[in-house]
Design a protein around this ligand. Sequence first.
Ligand code: F6P
Length: 373
Amino acid sequence: MGKCIGILTAGGDSPGLNAAIRGVGKAAQTSYGMNVIGFYDGFRGLMENRTIALNAEDLSGILTLGGTILGTSRDKPHKMQIGNKVLDMTDVMIETYHKHHMDALVCMGGGGTQKNAFRLMEQGLNIITLPKTIDNDVAMTDVTFGFDTALGIATEAIDRLHSTAYSHHRIMVVEVMGHRTGWLTLGAGVAAGADVILIPEIPYDMEKVAEAIRQRRRYGKHFSIVAAAEGAMSKDEAKDLQKIVKMMEHAKDKDERSEAEEKLTKIQNRRVDHTLKISQQLEELTKLESRVTILGYVQRGGTPSAADRLLATKLGTACASFIEEKKFGVMVASKGDKVEAVPLKDVVGKRKSIPHDHPWIKSARSIGICLGD
Ligand code: F6P
């Protein structure tokens, strides 16, 4: 009898997930004679043993679909909400794995999923992961699938904002997804010719941003496009955050830790309307009218780009071959033209932020885009 493998998708959905499920599934069946099952809704479906057969006919016609046919959730195996309790359900998941006599479990997701998958690996399961997220912030891979599609959507949106900004002589502040890193904002901002780009990696000084806009006006440009990442923060906010991170690192007991966590939640809640605040501050400082556009979930929806379909298929099919070779405890990563199996322990707990000397940052600066610093 052939090997049996399971697939789940966890974390925020991302274009290219179905292409990846299809890539793993078809290669596993066609090239290696494996049986493939899917688990619904991420780690919750694994816990509840909610499965779907993924035979050839189930995998047909899904390449171009957005989202994930398996459904997803942000549930964590060791902290699962069960009624009004939060419980460690890892053992139940291990039971499901053995019930199906599985030889491997494929977990597709971003940074959080890599961590959760690693925990299951530590419990002795044969785990292999794929890196997906529109944020492109998973460590040890050049790129994640979903990013290219979202980049295209955000770029087109900023393109479209230009004509209305120009006609009304307004500042257009556009919020792009990315709560921890600014890949999407920087990429779309440079590609669409934003005048100001604000990303979490470079805390901003609002006066510098306002001066860049005033300067444009002096040169006869009466409109400006400001692309701001969800996680963009001012220099003061960055300092506050730094303090809390230190507090959390040095917390002596549970009480100190929960005090720090409470402070962090307060800061995060305060930040929900921060793009609106950027817009208001710029109106005050420049005396120009400003409007806000929040791109939100539009960036995660719809059909994947050709590049994402290719990447997801490349990683998915390589994943099947790694399973055949019994390479477990790894993430299937894209490195240049190659696909590599990177040990999960080298991926977890890290985030791929934009280095300050990244070519996109250098290019942005050299054509006069203001990065707020
Ligand atoms: O992880 C991708 C991402 O799109 C972030 O950019 C965003 O902040 C987050 O997901 C929001 O996702 P959700 O509301 O689904 O948890």
